[in-house]
Design a protein around this ligand. Sequence first.
Ligand code: ATR
Length: 289
Amino acid sequence: MVDIDIDTTALGLIGYPLGHSISPLIHNYALDKLDLNYVYLPFEIEPDQLKEGIQGLRSLKIKGINVTIPYKNDVIPYLDDLDPLAEQIGAVNTINNHEGKLKGYNTDASGFKKMLKEDAGFSIKGKKALIIGAGGASRAVGEVLCQNKIQELHIINRTENKARQLAKKWRENYPAVEIGVKGIAENYYRSIMERMDLIVDTTPVGMAPETDVAPVLAADCFHSNLLVVDLVYNPPETTILRAAKKAGAQTLNGLTMLLYQAVDAFKLWTGKEPEVKDWYQLVLEKKGW
Ligand code: ATR
């Protein structure tokens, strides 16, 4: 832990709830290791207090902020500026406070892309994918898949209208991608499952502390030619990943995506680059994952 003094700069994480997050653990470890006079704190903001919360960060001169569930879209109206990629995606997971001006970035997209390549050896071009959820994380995932020439992309969401809005945007921006959209309807996803290569669950279903819940997709719908990714990393094996593994599918949780997006955020705030392998070791030691 850094020695906090009058020159210490604060960084932090906003979201609701925050109990699942390991961002304070990894960022404070790297700040200490690189001997940087910063501290990274969790700021849980109640859903009706987001505007005041952001104003508070500004007033308190918090230098850098990560944004997690459920605020990646909702935070946008309260920022002063957006990086072009965050604007295109329509979601922000990192904020930089430069002399009182809050600028939003998206480092989830590059984190997701890197994870698919490095940790699953998955190449996107010409493949077929299903995304579950239509929030901020889903926006970044869909953008990466479309940009990298996925052939067919389906999105299903509890609130169908939110999925429809995203599908409309992707159809306009990427006319070559065949896009399907629906609420969470079992007959729909079962009808496309056989030809899918990739499933990405962007919902918090199964995230700690509520780990013992049924996955969004029926446990018997998976097959062995799939890569199934759950962006949840705590616990490391959620019920959807367990079901997919049982069917012989390749599975991946969201830990490395979290680490890759955190490297980019850390660089943005401090100009220094932490080592992913150190973080990996730390998480193994502290969490046993
Ligand atoms: P994030 O910014 O991290 O993506 P978000 O914007 O709150 O978080 O999005 C969470 C997504 O998970 C949403 O698509 C949400 O569905 P709704 O649009 O219907 O709210 C989905 N989600 C959250 N809890 C869920 C649950 N219990 N079952 C199914 N989907 C859920």
